[in-house]
Design a protein around this ligand. Structure first.
Ligand code: GUN
Ligand code: ZN
Length: 433
């Protein structure tokens, strides 16, 4: 049944990339705003004084005088099976994978375990205000079935895929080129575009796939118009050297994927820290995107992402948590660490740019900007309510704020899951603090 419902609060959302139009023209802000939803979509947005008089008398209105509404956050790179290994000590990428990650992922052969973790993972995303994510499963087909089944309960827009991995990993965690192709295809046929769900072909990274497997991944990508491709790229220096050894005929790391036809408008590469100009150029040319994962890049000591280089080459960029290499499910905390990564390169990450990266920029990286990422009329009603009085420190600090840009910056510096008062997906409340 069709119904209207409204939320009254400060509202801010990005309508463009600050790099294209400047900071002020990149966002809309309504100090005493009204967000009107019809069923699962945005019906109207504006100042409450203008919109209230247009609503039918019986329209339910929730009023939050101490809150800011933003679009739901979009996490462009995360591993749900690594939920329980967050905070694993003392290693960098390659030893971290062997010591902690592979043993943890082996548990997902059991669908009951996978579903239990998927439910907890989604709850954690929603209590942090994240409404869409591009998610790694494990090599086990059932890990993806369990994940998508859990997503259906909340009607979430989510993207996931089965890991393809046929070498340089323990036997208990490998598939073959043929089984990975067939199982991925079965998962696409079952889940891709079912409701709000999408499939991502997911070779883990170049070192754990043979040429044959990458070639079949490329074939699969060519067989479907709109499936995603999701992998890792150039995260760690030892990894990069290993890729050169394993694929001596490739001119650079990205070229391994390029030669196997894995670059596309729906290809998302996590990290991309140690790239040369040719690689940025090829990412741009093919419409591929990078997921910038600052908490992970710092925690496992990978390096500093060069946002200015990506921008110079007009590469699409989103933000990711990369749980469990990353240290927080909170996109607010991810923006906090992104700011510090950029500071270490003597530049400033403007809070509107951070908001862009975690909402509309993420949606653009995922080619979903016609559906999510901002609050324009007709968009899906995925949004969060940020509580300016969530903690004593937020309360006192935000009382001194001189405007929405400062308010956002404070939220993304000292805010976390406690600041998320409520999360809505397709107009339905999916988390209330
Ligand atoms: N590279 C290959 N696998 C992984 C993983 O699970 N996490 C991260 N951060 N990098 C990877
Ligand atoms: Zn990752």
């Amino acid at each position: 049944m069709s119904y209207l419902k409204a939320w009254r609060a400060a509202i801010v959302h990005c309508i463009a990339d600050p790099k294209d139009v400047g900071i002020k023209a990149a966002y809309e802000y309504f100090e005493d705003g009204l967000l009107v939803i019809q069923d699962d979509k945005i019906h109207a947005i504006g100042e409450a004084a203008d919109l209230l008089q247009t609503l039918p008398n019986n329209t339910p209105i929730e009023h939050y005088p101490d809150a800011v509404i933003t679009p739901g956050f979009i996490d462009t790179h995360i591993h749900y099976p690594q939920t329980d290994m967050i905070g694993s000590y003392g290693e960098q990428l390659l030893t971290w994978l062997n010591t902690y990650t592979f043993p943890e992922e082996s548990k997902f052969a059991d669908k009951v375990h996978a579903r239990e973790v998927a439910d907890r993972f989604l709850k954690e995303l929603l209590r942090n205000g994240t409404t869409t994510a591009l998610v790694f499963g494990t090599v086990h087909k059932v890990s993806v079935d369990a994940f998508f089944e859990a997503c259906e309960v909340h009607n979430l827009r989510m993207i996931c895929g089965k890991v393809m991995m046929d070498r340089n990993a323990p036997d208990y965690l490998t598939d073959t080129p043929e089984t990975s192709y067939l199982e991925s295809k079965q998962l696409i046929e079952t889940w891709h575009n079912k409701g709000r769900l999408h499939y991502a072909i997911t070779p883990r990274f170049a070192p754990t796939s043979s040429d044959e497997q990458l070639q079949l991944a490329g074939k699969l990508l060519s067989e479907y118009d709109d499936v995603y491709m999701h992998t890792h790229l150039s995260e760690n220096k030892d990894e990069c050297a290993w890729v050169q050894d394993l694929f001596p005929e490739s001119t650079n790391y990205l070229d391994v994927y390029d030669q196997h036809k894995l670059l596309s408008e729906r290809s998302v590469f996590a990290h991309g820290i140690h790239l040369c100009d040719n690689e940025y150029h090829r990412l741009h040319e093919t419409g591929s995107a990078i997921s910038f994962c600052p908490t992970s890049n710092l925690f496992i000591g990978s390096g500093l992402f060069k946002l200015n280089k990506a921008e110079e080459h007009k590469v699409n960029v989103g933000l990711g948590t990369d749980i469990g290499g990353g240290t927080s499910f909170s996109m607010l905390q991810t923006m906090n660490e992104a700011y510090k990564v950029i500071q270490l390169q003597n530049e400033n990450l403007n809070p509107i740019k951070s908001l862009y990266l975690s909402t509309l920029g993420g949606a653009r990286a995922l080619r979903l900007e016609d559906k999510i990422g901002n609050l324009t009329i007709g968009s899906e009603a995925d949004f969060v309510i940020l509580d300016k009085k969530a903690t004593p420190l937020l309360t006192s600090r935000l009382a001194l704020s001189k405007g929405i840009e400062e308010t956002l910056f404070v939220f993304m510096t000292i805010g976390d899951d406690r600041a998320i008062q409520a999360t809505y997906s397709a107009g339905q409340c999916v988390h209330q603090r």
